[in-house]
Design a protein around this ligand. Structure first.
Ligand code: C5P
Length: 300
């Protein structure tokens, strides 16, 4: 051990994503059941004098040129150092595997991994609720990744209730090429009309399924952003529709533009992988990641 720590930062999918109303603070009141999956970045934390970020891995190119201060992992370290009230530094090595700006929560997960990791590396002993609060300063999604596994999220994203690990079939995840991605979250929220707001019933339904340890089924999943996908992410809408016409219901990941299908036992996996590729999306088969694995850290 040389005082460094390796932390897994998993991606997520949304089993549900509902908006209840617009809030006076410019955010939207959401209800969502989120699920970590086994596609993950790796965050390695090493002693350093300043905060320093180094990015490698297949998705590193997508972040090339972006200022270091804008990276959520760096912003998490800054927030934690401010909270800890000490002048400290850390070298953050980020192995970027999760497609960037794809609706998979990668940047938010990296931020939570930094908070969880530094809490341990620096022996700060901040309780989980303090970490989640700090995570909420970095963005709306990082608090979920302080909990991982399956969880119900409310507020603008900062209220996270852990649920038992969901039982789910494997997931076919489909991501568009990098040049069709971009920071669209604010625009997607902005395009929602009040008629699209719901009461949270789909989320309550999935929560009951998860609590009862019943397997997740496609019919109970819901994502409000699918109502505005055709307008703002036409390539995603067309691919999802093409699959639907073949009898396969796809679901949007977060605010898109990735989407996923549940691979039921009888699903024609090879044909679906080929079809997804034909539609211009990169397919991957992933598994839900239980909380224990989602929060894994290893000293090195
Ligand atoms: O919190 P985060 O920086 O990820 O949010 C990005 C943008 O998405 C916000 O500025 C806001 O426009 C929108 N948003 C929202 N309601 C939420 C979360 C995000 O309107 N619950």
């Amino acid at each position: 051990m040389n005082g460094s720590l390796r932390v897994i930062a998993p991606a997520k999918v949304n089993w549900t994503l509902e908006v209840l109303r617009a809030r006076p603070d410019g955010y939207h009141e959401v209800r969502s059941v989120l699920q970590t999956i086994d596609l993950h970045d790796v965050v390695t934390l090493l002693p350093g004098a300043e905060i320093e970020l180094q990015i490698a891995g297949p998705e590193a190119g997508a972040l090339a040129g972006a200022p270091q201060e804008s990276n959520l992992a760096v912003r998490a370290a800054v927030a934690l150092i401010r909270r800890a009230g000490a002048k400290r530094g850390v070298r953050i090595l980020l192995e970027k595997n999760i497609p960037v700006a794809a609706g998979l929560g990668g940047g938010s997960s990296d931020a939570a991994a930094v908070l969880r990791g530094l809490n341990r590396l620096w022996d700060l002993q901040l309780p989980p609720e303090n970490l989640a609060e700090l995570a909420g300063e970095v963005g709306s999604d990082p608090p979920f990744f302080c909990v991982g596994g399956t969880a119900l999220v409310a507020g603008r994203g900062e209220r996270v209730e852990p649920l038992p690990d969901a039982v789910s079939p494997p997931i076919l995840l489909a991501t568009p090429p990098r040049d069709e991605r971009g920071e669209k979250t604010a625009a997607m929220f902005g395009a929602l009309l009040p008629a699209m707001f719901t009461a949270g019933d789909a989320t309550i339904g999935v929560r009951e399924t998860v609590d009862a340890r019943r397997p997740i089924v496609s019919e109970e999943l819901y994502n409000v952003f699918e109502r505005v996908t055709a307008e703002l992410q036409p390539a995603t809408a067309m691919a999802m529709e093409a699959l639907r016409l073949q009898g396969h219901t796809a679901h949007l990941c977060g605010a898109g533009p990735s989407f996923f299908l549940l691979l039921a036992r009888e699903a024609p996996v090879d044909a679906l992988l080929a079809r997804t590729r034909d539609l211009g999306f990169e397919p991957r088969v992933v598994q839900p990641l239980p909380r224990r694995a989602a929060l894994a850290q290893r000293s090195e």
